[in-house]
Structure formats: structure tokens, C-alpha cells
Design a protein. Structure first.
Length: 351
């Protein structure tokens, strides 16, 4: 097995950290090295893997001192591949390679961020030294093409998750359907859009019973709580905080809504499909690659509260649609988004 050095600036508890942890478990902690710059709430998760961990302060993409330290660690640990997670780390890994680290450099592009003309020009030069650049969706593939990365460097590998072993399709929603939303309480995650849509649903169809569970923590907590009160939804919308119990979360839900304004690819959407839940998502980023409208889930325009309200209503009243989406969604997950598939394709790049 090759030895892989994973490079990450800040160690949070999001999708990128989950991605790196999954790969460390797959290749084995004994074949992995982890370098980070800033401590965060996810660092303990990495320590528990017993992977070899180093802290290197990375002040920016051209921090020569940081690149030198990465090179020294790569040589000492006899690293074959540096796998960087964001642009800063990728540039530092390439500088380490140019300084003498004898290894391939792979970059995974997780989050779509604006890049000015200078960065796009730099990308043309810097990524020519990458072995490959992994994009987690076709949307991200197209974005990187526009941001200076040559198509022959790009490799589409969808993220993957472990779902339940057996498929258990829904035959109907429960008597009081449970709508859930999972994610950091931040503006781009769209919880406010969902809450306003639920207010529209309640206004037009007061006789319909439902409840909404909001899972997650974040800076918008107070603002969202106030919005729920302002719209008189306290009896219908419940804040559940952060949950690490995937089984409980998904099995106690009927419909998972992903109301984001920006989403490269959604772990929550994949997980929901694996549990045969019904997914309603915004038509942004890589979400349409997971949610095929009317086949594996339902898509709505971000910000269109009436459309989201009507979509939820249609699911409450169309049992045949619920059954179809539940079955087709799990089938699509099995074909495209398993952790086994992601790991196999990524390790093939390492080799």
C-alpha cells in the first residue's frame, strides 16, 4: 500500500473532514500521515484513528516555510502521495514537491468558491504539477474548467457514504409526516427558506398535519428561532441540535429537505437516499446529480417558498409518488454513491 499524506488547514466537523477520515480508515492509519494547521472541533476524531499527526502553520498558499515543513515530513515518512483538500493546501503541496518532496500531489475540490482572474491564471500553472484534481460532482468539474484547471487533470469521483445494508422502501408517510433538515445553521444552508415555505404550507393548508425537525448548530440559531416564533410555527418546528445518530435521525423522518443556496454535493442527500427517505432539494450545484426530479427525489428553485410548499403538499397526498421515490432513490444511491465505490476509485488514483 502507498503511504498517503493528507493535508488540511482547519479541522472542523464537516463533510471534508468526514471524507479524509473515511480515506484514512480505508488505506489504514499505518499508511497515512495527517498534517493540519488550525485546531478545530474535529481534531479528536483524527486522534482516535491513531494516525501520525503533525501541525504545520499555513498562513497562505505561498507560505514557503510551511511548504518546506511539508516537504521534510513527506521525505521523513516516505510519502508516495500528498492529498490536499483546498486550494491553499494544494499550492503548498505543489511547492513542497518542487522543493524536493518525491511524491504525487492530488487535490480534491470540495467547495465551490469564487476565484478572480489572478487565481485562475495561477491555477493553470500550479495544477499542471498535480497528478490529478478530484471533483466531487459534474458541477464542480465544470467550475474548475472555468477556473483554469486543464480537463485532462480532472477526475470525477463522487463522494460516498455507508448506508444501511438492506433497502426498506416507504409504503407511505406516517400519519403526521416528519420533515427534517440537517446541517450547520448558516445562511447558505437555507433553513430560513424552509421555515418560510412551511409558513406558506400552513397558511394555505391549515388542516394538514406535519412537523419539522431542524438538526444542527450554528451562528443562525437565534435568528431562526426568532423566525419560527414570528411565523407562529413553534408547535410545528422543533430544533433538535446536533445529532451523530444517523439511524435515529433518518428513520424518524419521512422527508429530508436540503434547502441550500449553494451545495457542491450533499452527504445528507446521499444518506437520505440510502435510508429510502424522500429527498426534496434545491436545484443548485451538484444536487441535481443526486436528486433526479420525479425519479429519485424532488427539486425546487431556491427561494421559491410557494414551490417548496406545493412540493411538500404533493408528497403528503400522493402515496404512489412516495413509493416510487423511496425505491428509485435507494437504487440510485447503490449505483453511484456508496463509500466502497468512492474509496476504490480514489485508491486507484493513489496507485
Amino acid at each position: 500500500m502507498k503511504k498517503i499524506l493528507f493535508l488540511l488547514n482547519f479541522v472542523g466537523k464537516g463533510g471534508t473532514e468526514k471524507y479524509v477520515l473515511d480515506l484514512i480508515h480505508a488505506v489504514g492509519p499505518e499508511n497515512s500521515v495527517f498534517i493540519y494547521s488550525e485546531e478545530g472541533p474535529g481534531l479528536e476524531d483524527f486522534k482516535r484513528t491513531n494516525v501520525d499527526i503533525h501541525q504545520v502553520k499555513m498562513t497562505g498558499p505561498f507560505d514557503l516555510n510551511a511548504a518546506k515543513q511539508v516537504k521534510q515530513i513527506a521525505l521523513k515518512e516516505q510519502v508516495d502521495v500528498i492529498h490536499a483538500q483546498f486550494l491553499r493546501e494544494n499550492y503548498l503541496a505543489i511547492l513542497a514537491k518542487l522543493m524536493g518532496a518525491r511524491c504525487k500531489v492530488i487535490w480534491s475540490y470540495h467547495v465551490d468558491v469564487p476565484m478572480g482572474k489572478a487565481i485562475r491564471t495561477l491555477n493553470k500553472v500550479m495544477t499542471s504539477f498535480n497528478h490529478k484534481v478530484i471533483t466531487v460532482s459534474q458541477f464542480m468539474f465544470r467550475q474548475l474548467q472555468q477556473k483554469g484547471v486543464s480537463s485532462n487533470k480532472l477526475k470525477l469521483i463522487y463522494n460516498g457514504v455507508n448506508g444501511p445494508v438492506d433497502s426498506d422502501p416507504l409504503t407511505s408517510l406516517r400519519a403526521v409526516p416528519v420533515i427534517s433538515v440537517v446541517g450547520r445553521l448558516r445562511e447558505e444552508k437555507g433553513q430560513a427558506f424552509l421555515i418560510k415555505s412551511l409558513a406558506a404550507l400552513r397558511k394555505h393548508n391549515p388542516e394538514i398535519k406535519w412537523e419539522c425537525h431542524i438538526y444542527g448548530e450554528g451562528p443562525q440559531q437565534e435568528e431562526l428561532t426568532a423566525l419560527v416564533q414570528q411565523l407562529n410555527l413553534e408547535n410545528f418546528v422543533h430544533f433538535k441540535g446536533f445529532s451523530s445518530d444517523k439511524d435515529k435521525l433518518y428513520l424518524s423522518s419521512d422527508i429530508i429537505v436540503i434547502p441550500s443556496s449553494n451545495e457542491a454535493l450533499s452527504y445528507v442527500a446521499m444518506e437520505a437516499l440510502s435510508y429510502n427517505r424522500i429527498v426534496v432539494a434545491t436545484n443548485v450545484g451538484g444536487l441535481p446529480e443526486i436528486v433526479k426530479h420525479g425519479e429519485t427525489g424532488m427539486l425546487v428553485k431556491y427561494g421559491d417558498t410557494e414551490e417548496l410548499a406545493q412540493t411538500l403538499l404533493s408528497l403528503f397526498t400522493d402515496q404512489a409518488l412516495v413509493q416510487k421515490l423511496s425505491i428509485k432513490g435507494r437504487e440510485y444511491f447503490d449505483e453511484n454513491f456508496t463509500l466502497e465505490k468512492m474509496v476504490k476509485e480514489t485508491i486507484a488514483l493513489y496507485k
